[in-house]
Ligand binder design. Sequence first.
Ligand code: ATP
Ligand code: MG
Length: 495
Amino acid sequence: MLQVNGITKKFRGIVALDGVDFSLEKGEVHALLGENGAGKSTLINLIAGTFPWTEGSCTIGGQAVASLTPQTAREFGIAAVFQEFSLVPDLTVLENIFLGREQSTGPFLRRGEMRRAAEELLDELGFSVPLDEKVAFLSRAQKQMVEIAKALRSRPRVLILDEPTASLTDGEAEKLFSAMALLKARDVGIIYVSHRMSEIRNLSDRVTVLRGGRKIGTVVTADVSDDGLIEMMVGRPVEQLFPKIHHAPGPVRLEVAGLTTRDGSVIDASLVARAGEVVGLAGLVGCGRSELCRAIFGLETIESGEIRRGDRRVEKPTPADMLADNVCYFPADRGAEGLALIRSARENATMSSLGLPSLSTGPFLRFWRESDIIRKPLESLALRPMAPERKVSAFSGGNQQKVMLARGLMKPFEVYLFDEPTVGIDVGAKVDVYNLIKSLVEGGACVIVSTSELPELINLASRIYVMHEGRIVAELGESEHSEAQILSHYFGGQA
Ligand SMILES: Nc1ncnc2c1ncn2[C@@H]1O[C@H](COP(=O)(O)OP(=O)(O)OP(=O)(O)O)[C@@H](O)[C@H]1O
Ligand SMILES: [Mg+2]
């Protein structure tokens, strides 16, 4: 139903995609796999008409198409859910779903009809989102659901999903997968981008692997192993994903006792974290892990309980105090909380350290020092391309994550809180992040990692706390954290 041949995209001379062939059949899930910056988002943006291609040709349903705009792509039945959301925060869910395609009789909007159609659509997907809430007040997962509903509203023939599960809970992701199965049965072709091998394996019929803007190959998913796909992706076999971390637990750097947040997302949580160790926070997405990190950093209202740093009790934490007190936090939602997308990578990286003596003289920023100082952190994370002056929005998703991580490297902190540090980043970049964590811990820092990736917990953490419905339900020492043991606590059971 869709075919592109020799498609090339240059951004002011930078080749993002280089002579790629790609085809999509009816009722097929075709996955796109590749490292950060490989060109996945660029390819689907071309197919969705976001921007024109530089060279190449395209046929849709056998018909040659000279160029595509968002409008014509929509007319061909192509709908896309992008990595960065396109919702209008000040409009309601209902208004967003019908944005630009409002149904009206003369000058009057047919609100009742639109509401019924939206309810039906969300029902079909099994998503629950309040239709009259402003999008600004929704969680990231809910926004993702609205994006998906919006894409499906026009009953597309081709659906493009760019890392749609990056912020969904497991239950929500399951709903999306059943919706995909339903669409597949109706002959909709789906292009699916994900860094999660298990999803590629379970959902896709074929996989196309991109590397450095070039197509490496298209294979039938059932015919290739995970290792085979990774090798196609990075160009060499990846033997060692996780570095061996040497833990040397020292003095307690952070203590949380009986912490409860006002919204009840965290209930009576207690933990200790020491210098020289990685403490893992495990649990399903939505179990309160993220909120616990946020509460420690002063981003959630605390109802009761306390946070201690050394022998000092932190009364009402605020991000500014915590930063000044050498606690650094990396949020899971880099777009909404972590980064100023229209500013340069340099500015984003130095944002929380502008008060450093090396960067400022009294109230004056020493710009020339700034460019100097960020080079090393960005290099150690292997930012690609190494262009600190470029706007963050012009980097691929995974490289945006690296810009955010670079912030924590601007000066030594005592405590690092990582929430889902490897969401949306490729295997190669994951290794960079794991090595970063290793060097922090072995340098004597206290690191807390909240993640939904079990292998990360098992390989990185010395102790693991498991959360379920806001509470800490288990603490596992180094010898007891096998995958099965962690999982046995995921649903609140006492093993
Ligand atoms: N607007 C832009 N201006 C300049 N360069 C861009 C722009 N958008 C993307 N690029 C470059 O094109 C290349 C491909 O980026 P793309 O976003 O397609 O990667 P991706 O495969 O989706 O990566 P990720 O897994 O990180 O999302 C990257 O090198 C990126 O820096
Ligand atoms: Mg992308």
